[in-house]
Every structure is written in C-alpha cells, then in structure tokens.
Design a protein around this ligand. Sequence first.
Ligand SMILES: O=C(O)CCC(=O)C(=O)O
Length: 269
Amino acid sequence: MPKILTESQIASYRDLGFAYPVPVLSDHAARALLAEIDSFHARTGKHVRDLRGKVHLLIKSLYELARSQAVLDAVEDLIGPDILCIESGFFWKPARDNGFVAWHQDNTYLGLEPAGAALGTWIALTDSKRDNGALKIIPGRHDRTLDFDMIPEENHLLRFSRRVRGVDPATAVCVELEPGQMSVHGNGVVHGSEPNRSDRRRVGFACIFAPPHVHPTKGGRMSASLMRGTDTHGLYDRDPVPECDFDPAAVAAIERALSGSLALYKTKA
Ligand SMILES: O=C(O)CCC(=O)C(=O)O
C-alpha cells in the first residue's frame, strides 16, 4: 500500500519514469518559504541559484523540507524505506529570463550505479507552467546512459550542458505544477526546460535521493544525508545535520563535496 502516491502515479513512474503532482507543501507554506529565501538574499547578498550542490545543508528550512514526511513518503513509495539525499539545488528563473536546461539525464552528472535506482524530486515554490519554463520530461525509463555532448551553452542553468542527442521535443510532457506541488523523475530520464517567457518568476527546489545500495562510480567517496531508515551499505560519508543556516560543519561538508564528487557544480558563484 503506497504511503502518499496514487497507484497510477506509481505506474507512471515505473513505466514512464516520472510522476506528478504530489502535494508536499500548502500554497501558503510554499510562498512563505520563498519569502524566507528572498529575505536570505537580501540579508546575505548571496543567491541560492549560485549554491548548487547541497543547498539543503546550508539553509535549515530546506533540510526540513527535504526530510519532510510528504517528500520522504513519496520517495519511499518509489525507492523503499532507506533513503539518502545526495545533492540539492535551486532551478531559479526570474521573469523573462533566458535561462534554460538542455535535454539531459541527471545520471550523466552524478554517475550513480545502477543508474535507474536513484531519483530527482522537484518542488515548485512558484507556479511552474509552460509559459514560465516548466520542467519537460521525455516519457520512458532510461536505465542506461544515452549519447550526449558536453558543451558550454550560453544561458544554461548549469555550468555545462550534457545534451542528449536525438531527442524529439514533440514527445515531451510539460510538468505543470502549482506552488507546493512536487514532481519526481528517475535519474536516467531525459528532461530539460525552456526559458521563462512570462512576467512571473519560476522557482523549483530539486533534490537527488537514492537507496543506500546505489554506488558512486565517479571516483572518490561521495557524501549523503541519511533522511530515513538505515544506511545498509555504508558507501557514502555521512553529511552533518545542519543546526542553523550556514552551520560551519555543513559548509565544510559542502566544500569537501565541491572539491570532489560534486565539483561540476562549482559554477557561476
Ligand atoms: O528546473 C529546471 O529547469 C530543470 C530541472 C532539472 O533538470 C532537474 O531537476 O533535474
């Protein structure tokens, strides 16, 4: 019996590689969290879009969101009760922003094995619609790495695009969400997004979750937060639980990750 997902969402994830919408925050709570992030920008002069890697370790409310019951119940319905969070970050598009994300598989950035066993969650803090650059997904499970080109592309939200070859955009599903709703996609599923052509911003908070048997293949140890259950395999160093925003132990863990396994996120900061 699933904890939060419907049977058809579970079938969609199994057969097509994604599921949505999953309500994880009320509209009010999503807007309040966004207001907190805005005040964080004003207070610190830092912008969360420049903090990819493990933002959930830096801002305590994001850690609480990533380990909230609704998020973890959905993840558990898909990958089981032992849950690690490996990375997180914002995909932030201001109004009329040219930022986009090329068609890619998350696993070409992460190098996890088996590729199809981990997943990404994407929580909308604003509405996310076709006109403001919603996530688009090519339906179909992809448990192997497809051919891609690694190229710097202007306005790409990540440092390099790892653009999958031969994608037919006409087959994409536009994952439209209201504030507080979440989508989930498999680590090998092809997805991307277009620029924001609207007068509204579009903000999503994304995390990568994996069961403990999924192992890193990119060399060196990775670290992860144990969010639920037991770390049955010990393949990851344990990230600290942040006590406060910018907890020094968490900052140190992120610096280690960015100088090793997550170096690709050392981007535009
Ligand atoms: O939000 C976007 O524009 C892209 C998101 C994405 O690539 C992801 O969550 O893996």
